[in-house]
Design a protein around this ligand. Structure first.
Ligand code: SF4
Length: 269
């Protein structure tokens, strides 16, 4: 029987880069390993440089998928869908990433999760809940955390994405709607143009689009009304990948690193 395709989602972050490198080392000889990336107009431009550097490191093309309906632009999604975040997550990740994957994937594909050891406590749960969705999580198998991944990228001679260098914890869109107050204070300071664009969307859409609540009154407030307070560039945001809507439900204690995978990682250090 033919081996299933192994699908790595490269999200321009250090973790997905290392997970992809590991998956290529582990399955590249025996399986059809595909690397896909969803282009988003709202990410930092340096993400494309990082993608090109990683593509050279992988020695394999990264297939870039790009939404056309919304111009791959989260602002267009918010304006046209008339909300920014709902009970079932953010419309941007669903419409600009998940939908692309649905058109591209084949039945039986094995997905590579770029979740790190810190995010490991729901993987078993995910597998239990989704027995028909085969996934592998090389970083969790290896016990590799976010900082390990960054160090491995640097050792490979690749500069981390500019957002990391500025102190952010991820290379998500500038002004990711999954961010908390401290994160948005940082965005307001570092990226005033992008911050104002999000404010304007909220001006148009009204309170239903507000992302944050006053802790005392529980009332929602707009980004424009975000008060002064701690600035948290390194706030850990939920992952935003093709698979995050599925995977965010999930996490489990990491298993001990498998020796086979340890050997693989040693081979490209
Ligand atoms: S990174 Fe944040 S803003 Fe961008 S698509 Fe994902 S959830 Fe939406």
């Amino acid at each position: 029987m033919k081996n299933p395709r192994i699908v790595c989602q490269f999200s321009c972050g250090a973790a997905s880069a290392v997970a992809t490198k590991l998956a290529l080392a582990q399955y590249g000889e025996t399986h059809d390993v595909q690397i896909i990336n969803a282009f988003l107009a709202n990410e930092h431009k340096d993400n494309r440089r990082f993608l090109a550097d990683c593509q050279a490191w992988f020695g394999q093309e990264i297939v870039e998928l790009r939404d056309e309906k919304y111009g791959a632009d989260i602002i267009q999604v918010f304006r046209r869908e008339r909300y920014m975040k709902g009970l079932r997550g953010a419309p941007c990740t669903k419409l600009l990433k998940r939908r692309l994957l649905d058109t591209w994937k084949n039945p039986g594909d094995v997905m590579v999760f770029g979740y790190t050891a810190e995010e490991a406590d729901r993987l078993d749960d995910f597998r239990e809940r989704n027995p028909d969705r085969p996934v592998v999580a090389p970083l969790i198998e290896m016990g590799l955390g976010k900082e390990d991944c960054k160090a491995m990228i640097l050792r490979a001679g690749i500069q981390l994405p500019e957002m990391y260098l500025k102190g952010y914890d991820n290379a998500n869109c500038i002004g990711c709607v999954k961010g908390g107050e401290g994160y948005f204070r940082a965005i307001r300071e570092d990226f005033p143009v992008e911050f104002e664009e999000l404010c304007k969307v909220q001006d148009e859409l009204g309170p239903g689009s507000y992302l944050h609540r006053n802790r005392k009154t529980n009332e929602r407030f707009s980004l424009r009304d975000l008060g002064d307070g701690p600035i948290r560039r390194n706030e850990a945001l939920p992952a935003c990948s093709f698979f995050c809507e599925i995977a965010e439900q999930v996490f489990v204690p990491s298993e001990r690193p498998q020796q086979a995978t340890q050997d693989i990682i040693a081979s490209f250090r």
